[in-house]
Design a protein around this ligand. Structure first.
Ligand code: RAM
Length: 359
């Protein structure tokens, strides 16, 4: 399927195509799965939404990723910054060089002093960032979590790349098929506190209870650091000689694991699957190290995040369940339960389709 198809020369496909594709991803037609099922209100303070409000011009919007040098985060944030230009906003990316639990706190404090209109944060820890985020909300700075959620009362919205449950369960279903439903596996995650990683891992563990012959021997942490992830892969393969597969649900981890395995005797023997970007993984698909991996379109995530932040800061929405907003070329989205907006299901990439994608 040609979702979010970009040409190899870059650039998003025509708006209408993206919109049509986003329908597949749960976008344009309007509702996310959860929103239609519940009319429970998320905590939106006392504000009232004004759906007719225009997006304000000159909104100051800051993206605060888990860490500044993560190639995946870069794509998301650059797309968000480009989206903000469309509605006359002034957006930027700031952030720490490591993804440790409290590394984002000082950045939030600075953004408050700068009187940003909205902060988008991919939380390294659901709680460590809460104090300053609550301070920001008190001062009418809108908070949108994206990629990795904060505790629910520390933000107005969470822009989730896909249903967390589907991401987690599919990681296991995909590798199980490759393994013929048996063998030892390990998970190579990012940091120990990352909300997104831990939510997915919980669903993976639950899904694994359905596979009696697959054994999860270890969850290792590469901290979204390339070198550490590389070494952790090496360590796993040494410690567990019967290891048959590694799930790495992080773009940094999967690329490092594939790099290690591609030039080792494990190539073709140990399966690597997980979440990666087509551009980082292309060579490992082509050389046969990796058969498949998944991801959503990080460009669309950034785009959706920017529009959501602007809609909040313009008073169009407050974060309550059922409110709708337009995300530019991606079309209309509806806020679901607990302030969650879902971009859409991930795509599986393999040698048949990888060259259709450029991100
Ligand atoms: C890494 C990060 C990010 C995750 C992607 C898939 O870059 O851990 O949070 O969503 O991978």
């Amino acid at each position: 399927m040609h979702l979010h198809s970009r040409t190899r020369r870059g650039g998003l496909a025509a708006a209408s195509t993206v919109c049509a594709l986003a329908v597949t991803l749960a976008g344009c037609s309007g509702t996310t799965k959860d929103s239609a099922q519940s009319d429970q209100k998320a905590d939106s303070g006392n504000a009232t939404a004004n759906p007719e409000a225009e997006l304000k011009k000159g909104l100051k919007i800051a993206f605060l990723p888990k860490q500044i040098n993560n190639p995946y985060g870069k794509i998301v944030d650059e797309a968000g910054i480009a989206a903000a230009k469309e509605f006359g906003g002034i957006a930027k990316e700031v952030g720490p060089s490591d993804a440790s639990a409290s590394s984002q706190v000082s950045y939030i404090n600075t953004l408050i002093q700068q009187r940003q209109d909205a902060i988008l944060i991919a939380a390294n820890d659901p709680n460590a960032v809460c104090g300053p985020l609550k301070q920001a909300m008190k001062q009418n700075i809108k908070i949108v979590a994206y990629d990795s959620d904060t505790a629910k009362d520390c933000r107005q919205l969470f822009i989730n790349q896909a249903s967390s449950e589907e991401i987690g369960r599919n990681q296991v279903r995909n590798i199980a098929k490759q393994l013929g439903n048996k063998g030892e596996i390990a998970i190579l995650s990012a940091t120990q506190n990352a909300t997104n990683q831990n939510t997915w891992i919980e669903f993976m563990k639950d899904e694994l209870t359905k596979y009696k012959d697959i054994k999860l021997v270890k969850v290792a942490y590469g901290d979204d650091d390339d070198q550490k992830s590389f070494q952790e892969t090496q360590g796993l393969l040494k410690a567990y000689p019967n290891l048959k597969g590694i799930i790495s649900p992080t773009t940094v981890g999967i690329a490092a694991a594939a790099r290690y395995i591609s030039s080792s005797s494990y190539k073709g023997k140990v399966i690597v699957n997980g979440l990666g970007t087509p551009n980082q993984m292309r060579k490992y698909i082509k050389d046969g190290t990796v058969e498949q991996f998944s991801l959503w379109d990080p460009n669309a995530l950034g785009h959706l995040g920017a529009y959501a932040a602007a809609a909040l800061a313009s008073g169009q929405i407050t974060g309550a369940n059922g409110e709708k907003f337009k995300a530019g070329k991606l079309g209309e989205y509806t806020i679901g339960k607990d302030g969650e907006v879902i971009l859409g299901p991930p795509t599986v990439f393999d040698k048949k389709n990888i060259d259709e994608f450029d991100f």
